[in-house]
Design a protein around this ligand. Sequence first.
Ligand code: SUG
Length: 451
Amino acid sequence: MAEIDMQASEANFDGLVGPTHNYAGLSFGNVASRNNEKSVANPKAAAKQGVRKMKRLADLGFRQGMLPPLERPSVKLLRAVGFSGDDASVIARAAREAPELLAAASSASAMWTANAATVSPSADTADARVHFTPANLAAKLHRAIEHGETRRTLSAIFADEARFAIHHALPGTPALGDEGAANHTRFAAEYGAKGVEVFVYGRSEYGQGPQPQRYPARQTLEASRAVARLHGLADDATVFAQQTPEVIDAGVFHNDVIAVGNLTTLFCHERAFVDQHKVYDELAAKLRAHGAECTPLEVPESEVSVADAVSSYLFNSQLLSRADGTQVLVVPQECRENARVAAYLDALGTRATPIDEVLVFDLRESMKNGGGPACLRLRVVLNEAECAAVNGGVWMNDALFARLDAWIERHYRDRLAPADLADPQLLNESRAALDELTTLLGLGAVYDFQR
Ligand code: SUG
C-alpha cells in the first residue's frame, strides 16, 4: 500500500479562460488589474495563450489537466441584487443602473484556479483522501460568487468519494477570508511521502499583529487554520506564516506573487514573510522529521526589488519537477522584459541553485489582470489510483488541444470592451460555448442553465 502511494506525482489543473475575459479593474490591491482597468481585452487570445501553456507542459511530460470556466455573466448574481425580468432585461437594467455589478457578474476570474481551492494530498490527511476546500474568495464580489460553481465542477471531476473529499467553502465573511492554494504550498521529500503544508495569511481577525495599511489582506490566519483542520492535517505537518504587511501594500495580494515552492525547494523574496528566518527554521525542522531537507532559495532586494517582483511576476512561476529530479521554472515573458529580473534568471545557470531550466510563456492577457503562470493552475498531487479515478476528459493531450483550439476559434470574440458587457448576446454566446464544452470534456450537466 505505502509503496503504491509513493508513486504519486503532481498534476496541474489550469483554468480555461472564459468567453467574457475583460478588464474591469475589480481588484483593488492588485496593481495590474487597476492599471489595465477599462482597456480592451481579447478573450480569444487569452484562451489560446492559456491552452498553449497547458499543451506545451503536457508535451514536456508534465501531468496537465484543465478546469472549465464558470457561467458568466452570472444572471444569478444580478437577480440576487434585485434585477428581474427575462435574462436580457436583467442584463440591460444592470448595465444602466449598476454597471459595476454587471462587471462583477461578468468576470472570467475563475481562470485563476490557484484560487479555486486549497488541496491536500492523501499522504498528508487523517483519512488518507485528497481534500479540497473551495476558497470563499470573500474579499472581492466578483470572486466571492465562484465557490459554489467551482465546488460543482470539482465534484464532477473528482467524483470518487472514497478517494476525494470536496468540502464546502468557509463562511464568506472577513474573519474567514480564504484565497485557496495561492496562499498554500506543500513541501515533501517526494510527492507521495508525508509532507509539510505551509499556509500563508495576511492578517489575523482575532489575534494581534501587524496589518497592511493601504491594500486589503485577503487571507486570515483563522481561515488557514480552518482549512488545515477540515483537511485533517497534523500539527507537526503544518506551518502558518504571515505575509509581510509592507509587501501586501506594494501589490503582493497573494503569497504566490512573492514565493513558490516545490518538494524541498522554497523560492522566495527576502521580504516575503514576517520573521522570515523563523519560517525557514520551522519548515526545515518539520520537514526533517519526515526525512527531507529544505533548500530555501532567497532573492535579495538588492537584486530584485519587491516592485520588480510585482511587475514581472518572477515568483508567480511554476516550479515543476521532471522525472529525472531536475526542476523547471515556468515564468511569464514579463520576466524577460525587466532587466534586473532577466539578469537574475540568466545568472541562475551560473549559480548552484535547485532550478535547472527556465521556460518562458506569453500569458499577456491574463497578466494584465494580475494572473501569471502560477495563478492559472491548481496543483493536485495524486497517486496512480487517484489519478485513474479522475474524470479523464480533462487531461490535456494532442486530441483535446485540437478540439479546444477549434472550439475557442468558433466561440470566442477577439475584442471585448467594457461597453460590450451590456450586450445580452454575450450571455447566449457564452452558454452555447459552455454547453458544447461539457460534451467535449464528458462532464455532464455542470452549469445551472443546463439543469
Ligand atoms: O483575484 N484578478 C485576480 C487575479 C488572481 C491572481 N491569482 C493568484 N495570484 N493566484 C484577483 O485579483 C482582476 C479582474 C478585473 O479587474 O477585471 C482579477 O480578478
